[in-house]
Design a protein. Structure first.
Length: 214
């Protein structure tokens, strides 16, 4: 998603700065704040959310399923757009130490937030479709529902299967005293291409959902 391109830019800039300083005269690399790759305290909140999801699916009542699907689906879209179009440009104008500090504070949290948001939105949405019958071929707007499955499914695969592993790799690289710029560069390309795809798909999702709701 757009958020990870922000990480890549920050990480690549920090890595290049470290290498440049070392080549210039053996100066010490700029200090990077200590951070947890996976914030342990945040796991409590994740456990609470997944417990609520399991209960909602087991009870199979309309309101909790609708709430989880709408709330977490909206959060998924908002996070992508906000990080891509607001945080990204701001980060690009910040100094290197400020970029690194923001990255090490924000992105470990995103490692917990994004998988949770994506999983809850998808699971609650499917269960809601089963309950309302919108997943059946007899549903009048079944074609639009299938289109939403394709778009959201691809976004989910990209988010959980491509961007999250790459994001973890960047954070591990940032943990090193001197990150390898070639590794950051390779991950950055993956981020940029995938973020462009998911950004376009978020807009497509809004179009499809508004059509289904009309």
């Amino acid at each position: 998603m757009s958020s990870v391109s922000v990480v890549a830019d920050s990480a690549r800039t920090a890595a290049a700065a470290d290498v440049g300083l070392g080549e210039a005269g053996g100066a010490a690399a700029p200090a990077r704040p200590e951070f947890e790759i996976v914030p342990r305290r945040g796991l409590i909140g994740v456990a609470v959310v997944f417990t609520a999801l399991i209960v909602a699916v087991a009870v199979n009542t309309l309101w909790p399923l609708m709430f989880l699907h709408v709330a977490f689906g909206a959060a998924w879209t908002i996070i992508d757009l906000f990080l891509g179009f607001v945080i990204g440009p701001i980060l690009g104008r910040m100094s290197i130490p400020a970029r690194v500090e923001l990255t090490t504070r924000l992105m470990p949290k995103m490692l917990l937030i994004m998988p949770t948001v994506v999983t809850v939105a998808l699971v609650a949405g499917w269960q809601l479709g089963v309950k309302l019958g919108t997943v059946l071929t007899s549903y009048p707007q079944h074609g639009w529902v299938v289109a939403s499955f394709i778009v959201v499914g691809v976004m989910g695969v990209i988010a959980l299967g491509l961007l999250e592993p790459a994001n973890i790799a960047v954070l591990f690289e940032l943990k090193k005293p001197r990150p390898r710029p070639e590794v950051i560069e390779r991950l950055m390309k993956r981020f940029i291409y995938a973020a462009g795809v998911t950004g376009a798909m978020q807009i497509a999702t809004l179009v499809i959902m508004s059509k289904l709701a009309s």
